[in-house]
Design a protein around this ligand. Structure first.
Ligand code: SF4
Ligand code: SF4
Length: 355
């Protein structure tokens, strides 16, 4: 059986997906760019310690599905020179186009956040990664790269490229140990929303009370709204003219997300997207036909069919293998027998943490 992460080739699974089209007219709730309020405190550039203090006071933690929280990463940067600060501008889920939306609507705050990180953390180079297929975003980033003194690296976006293990392997050819932060291999990895929130703080002294959230519905164009942290999803959806009654509500992507009750669940700092659809007919699973599609598409070179079969036995070997799963959901997505591979493997991986 294939061992995980044995070669660069083992990271070449994944699927190509097109991103949702986006233009600024689809801003439906809240204002992304705000004029500087008169007399507002402008914190200016901060040292690493001050930045960490401000982030913990402002509640800026996990803003992304996969990129580890900036405060956790920054606390490991003290006294070190990072090989790179990487701003990941590739959408994390196939349906998302948040980086393009943020760059289009509020590039100054996005760049101010990146500048603050560059000021606080000694580093050798700064890289902005973008989707090679997204010409619109590439043009916008190209226009600012010289002024910002950053390298622009377009990559072929094969989901789940933005998962840190996969991204760092694609960028630097290095292997991120299981459950390690990118700083362990000398990289500070930032996501656009964290940079944007930092930029608003550094320019206008605005605390993190809102975040951009995308809304997807069947037969409707995707929308983007500025959602207040803590408000029920149903309230935000109604602000976006997206009624959720009788709809299934999935937060953070159709491949990796979770089903929630929009009247109970609230917007959190890491709520990237909300998808609404009629509840689908329950799928029936059939026995594995050994087609190997799950193996072909696993980005970390695992054998999901084998892990699924091993899950009830919960052996040390299967737990060790499952620890390399990045929860991308591709194995379940491609399985023609509709086996719940990802759920079983994620449970197996979690049981390894409990041992
Ligand atoms: S969810 Fe499936 S395809 Fe994705 S890393 Fe885990 S085992 Fe591989
Ligand atoms: S994709 Fe499904 S049917 Fe095919 S080998 Fe994997 S588990 Fe079996």
């Amino acid at each position: 059986m294939r061992m995980p992460l044995t070669s660069r080739r083992s990271m070449e699974g994944g699927l190509y997906f097109g991103q949702a089209p986006w233009n600024p007219d689809r801003l439906t709730a809240g204002a992304m760019a705000r004029a500087q309020p008169s007399g507002a405190a402008v914190p200016g550039m901060l040292s690493l310690n001050n930045l960490l203090n401000q982030m913990s006071a402002g509640g800026l933690t996990a803003t992304s599905l996969w990129t580890p929280p900036l405060d956790r990463q920054l606390s490991r940067c003290a006294g070190r020179v990072m090989r790179a600060i990487v701003l990941n501008c590739i959408p994390e889920t196939p349906e998302s186009n948040l980086p393009l939306a943020l760059a289009t609507l509020d590039m100054p705050n996005l760049l101010a956040g990146l500048a603050l990180l560059k000021h606080a953390v000694p580093h050798r180079t700064t890289i902005i990664v973008s989707d090679r297929g997204d010409r619109q975003l590439y043009r916008q980033l190209k226009a600012v790269r010289r002024k910002q003194n950053v390298r622009l690296t377009p990559l072929v976006n094969r989901y789940p490229l933005t998962q840190p293990t996969v991204l760092l392997h694609s960028l630097f050819g290095c292997r991120l140990p299981v459950d390690a932060l990118p700083t362990e291999v000398g990289v500070l990895l930032a996501d656009p929303v964290a940079c944007w929130a930092l930029g608003r703080f550094v320019r206008f002294g605005l605390p993190v009370t809102h975040r951009p959230v995308q809304v997807f519905r069947l037969h409707a164009l995707p929308a983007l709204g500025l959602a207040e942290i803590g408000v029920p999803l149903a309230a935000f959806l109604s602000e976006c003219n997206a009624p959720c009654e009788g709809q299934q509500c999935i937060v953070n992507g159709m491949l990796t997300g979770r089903k929630v009750d929009p009247k109970v669940a609230g917007v959190t700092l890491d709520t990237q997207s909300i998808a609404l659809r009629p509840a689908p007919v329950e799928e029936i699973s059939y026995p594995c036909i050994r087609c190997g599609w799950c193996v072909d598409h696993c980005p970390t070179g695992l054998n999901p069919a084998w892990l699924f079969a091993q899950a009830p036995r919960n052996t040390a070997e299967s737990r060790a293998q499952a620890s390399h799963c990045v929860s991308c959901g591709l194995c379940s997505y491609v399985c023609p027998s509709r086996l719940p591979l990802t759920a079983a493997i994620v449970r197996l991986r979690a049981s390894g943490h409990e041992v």
